[in-house]
Ligand binder design. Structure first.
Ligand SMILES: C[S@@+](CC[C@H](N)C(=O)[O-])C[C@H]1O[C@@H](n2cnc3c(N)ncnc32)[C@H](O)[C@@H]1O
Length: 286
């Protein structure tokens, strides 16, 4: 998937090993020209050739004033930090550099390695938390959130823990622990298409969509809700279920549809917790 994405962006895939793909640009490029890639957790400008085993990483780090990350370890980066990442494969060591910004994971290897808490009713908690960390998404106490496809409530848990006021839409039942939050959680037990959008609260700051429908059907399901809420939205987070990878080439059309519907720039990524899914984030800040 990543190799195909690199090729589409004009890079020629080169050496690869488990968890590592290298590619050649058609001309020398700078760190600020590294493309945001959907299928890469960490994208770096390579400072080494595979055959260079004796690079003095400490000297590189200190001369750049950089943070040092291996694949698993290192201090999370802040926006603007120069980060040097080392990857070991057998006898080979690869050293790359990037500059941290929102939309790039601050964590070593692009994985925050979060643990799902016992009171989260589903793995979707992890998807919300990873996306929030990656895109620097802040939900403030009393922010109004509409969540489509909320059962059993993993993402709702993450939202309620931030003090949000959540209206969840899903024909399926919610976890009992979530339903205890009567003052902050309202369950509309129906499909998104059946919602009377005039009854939605306002102003909605965040729209979250995690329905088990294929991307085009999911986008159609939320059309009326998006049209009703988009004026006040700061951001939207959608988990698109692909089912199989055969349709992934349609991603640009899905992104175009979502961007037009929400009237905001959009970005897609595959989160560490995503399986055959993609996370789409929309925000005016992108
Ligand atoms: C993966 S689960 C959602 C998990 C949930 N986000 C969580 O945090 O636990 C997908 C849900 O989408 C719901 N769903 C599917 N189509 C829907 C629609 N058109 N409107 C609302 N919910 C829908 C299903 O009932 C199912 O509960």
């Amino acid at each position: 998937m990543l190799r195909a994405e690199l090729q589409r962006r004009g890079f020629a895939p080169s050496f690869s090993a488990r968890g590592l793909v290298t590619a050649k640009a058609q001309r020398p490029i700078g760190v600020d020209e590294l493309p945001p890639l959907v299928f890469a957790r960490r994208t770096c400008l390579s400072l080494t050739q595979p055959q260079h085993k004796d690079v003095d990483v400490d000297a590189v780090v200190s001369s750049l004033g950089a943070l040092l990350h291996s694949e698993q370890a290192g201090t999370p980066a802040q926006a603007g930090d120069v980060v040097v990442t080392t990857v070991e494969r057998g006898q080979q060591r690869f050293v790359g550099v990037h500059v941290q910004r929102p939309g790039l994971s601050p964590d070593p290897g692009g994985d925050p390695r979060l643990q799902i808490p016992d009171n989260a009713p589903s793995r979707a908690w992890l998807k919300f938390e990873e996306a929030a960390r990656l895109f620097d998404l802040h939900v403030d106490p009393d922010d109004v959130v509409v969540e489509v496809g909320c059962s059993p409530g993993g993402m709702t848990r993450a939202l309620l823990d931030r003090g949000a006021l959540v209206t969840g839409i899903d024909p399926n039942a919610m976890d009992a622990g979530i339903l205890e939050n009567r003052a902050r959680f309202r369950h509309l037990r129906c499909s998104a298409q059946a919602v009377d959008v005039l009854q939605l609260p306002g102003p909605v700051r965040l729209l979250v969509v995690d329905v088990n429908q294929r991307p085009n059907a999911a986008i159609s399901s939320i059309e009326a809700i998006a049209q009703r809420t988009r004026r006040d939205l700061r951001a939207a987070l959608l988990i698109l279920k692909l089912g199989d990878w055969g349709h992934v080439s349609e991603l640009p059309q899905w992104l175009e549809r979502i961007g037009r519907l929400l009237a905001m720039p959009v970005r897609a990524t595959q989160l560490p917790a995503n399986r055959q899914e993609l996370c789409v984030f929309a925000s005016r800040q992108l």
